[in-house]
Design a protein around this ligand. Structure first.
Ligand code: KIV
Length: 266
C-alpha cells in the first residue's frame, strides 16, 4: 500500500472520513502502529516525557528527534511519518526553521514536520512550504509554551481566547499548513474551527468534531504512569502485562525452572 500523503489528509476531510494518528518513537512500536492501519505517525517531542523520563519536552534536541524519526521511518510501510520540531529548532529564526525541518525529510525520512504556534510562526510556515516541506501546525495547549501558560491547562475557554484561536487557525491555513492540530480546547470551539477551515483539524483533547484524532502511544497502551490527562483513553495496560512477564521470568530463574531443556543446546 502506498504511504498516506498530505493529499489523503485533505481527501479524507472532504469525504467526511476520520483521520487516524498516534505517536511512535521506535522501530517495534512503529511496526505495530503501521500494521494497525493508522494513517499517520507523529514522532512527537513527547518522547522527552514518555521515553526519556524528562519533566517536560523543552530539553529534547534535534539530534534526538532525528534519531527517533529514523527508527520510525524505517518501520512504516503505509503510514505517513511526521517529525515534531523540538523547542528552539524553529523559534530562533526562519532560516533555522528551514534548515532543521529539512533535516527531518533529508536525513530522517519524514514526509512532513509539525510546529507549535499560531500567528508568530506564519512566516516560518510560508518559508517551509516554499522549500517543499509540508507543515502540520499545532495550537491550543502547546507544551513547548508551558512556562508562558503556567502549566498544562485547557486553552480557549474565554470568548476572547476562543476568538484568538479561531483567528490563528485561519492565519495558519492561509500560510499553507496542510493540517492543524488542536490540543486541549473546548469541543465547541474545535467544532467551529473544523467547520471554518478547509484543511483538516486533528484533535487531542479537543472533542469528537475534529477531522482526525491523535493520542500519545504510551497513554493509549498504558505505558506512561506519571499522569493521565482527562482526554486520554487507555486501551491496554501494557505496564501490567510487562511487569507480570518480567516477574515470572525472574522467579523462574530463581527457582531453576528457566532455562529448561527446551531452551538449552545439547
Ligand atoms: O509531541 C507530541 O506527542 C504531541 C502531541 C500533541 C501528540 O505534540
Amino acid at each position: 500500500m502506498p504511504n498516506f500523503t498530505i493529499q489523503d489528509f485533505l481527501k479524507k476531510k472532504k469525504e467526511g472520513k476520520k483521520i487516524t494518528l498516534i505517536t511512535a518513537y521506535d522501530y517495534p512500536f512503529a511496526r505495530i502502529v503501521d500494521e494497525a492501519g493508522i494513517d499517520a505517525v507523529l514522532v512527537g517531542d513527547s518522547l522527552g516525557m514518555v521515553v526519556q523520563g524528562l519533566e517536560n519536552t523543552l530539553p529534547v534536541t534535534m539530534d534526538e528527534m532525528l534519531y527517533h524519526t529514523k527508527m520510525v521511518a524505517r518501520a512504516v510501510r503505509s503510514a505517513m511519518v511526521i517529525g515534531d520540531m523540538p523547542f528552539m529548532s524553529y523559534q530562533t529564526s526562519i532560516s533555522d526553521a528551514v534548515k532543521n525541518a529539512g533535516r527531518f525529510l533529508k536525513e530522517a525520512g519524514a514526509a512532513a514536520v509539525k510546529l507549535e504556534g499560531g500567528a508568530e510562526i506564519a512566516e516560518h510556515i510560508r518559508a517551509l512550504i516554499k522549500s517543499d516541506i509540508p507543515v502540520m501546525a499545532h495550537i491550543g495547549l502547546t507544551p513547548q509554551s508551558i512556562h508562558r501558560m503556567g502549566g498544562y491547562k485547557v486553552q480557549g475557554k474565554t470568548d476572547e481566547a476562543a476568538k484568538k484561536l479561531i483567528e490563528e487557525a485561519h492565519i495558519i491555513e492561509d500560510a499553507g499548513a496542510f493540517s492543524l492540530l488542536l490540543e486541549a480546547i473546548p469541543l465547541g470551539l474545535a467544532e467551529k474551527i473544523t467547520g471554518e477551515l478547509s484543511i483538516p483539524t486533528i484533535g487531542i483533547g479537543a472533542g469528537p468534531h475534529c477531522d482526525g484524532q491523535i493520542l500519545v502511544l504510551h497513554d493509549v497502551i498504558g505505558l506512561f504512569e506519571r499522569f493521565v490527562p482527562k482526554f486520554v483513553k487507555q486501551y491496554a495496560n501494557m505496564k501490567e502485562e510487562a511487569l507480570k512477564a518480567i516477574i515470572l521470568y525472574r522467579e523462574e530463574i530463581e527457582k531453576g525452572i528457566f532455562p529448561s531443556d527446551e531452551h538449552s543446546f545439547k
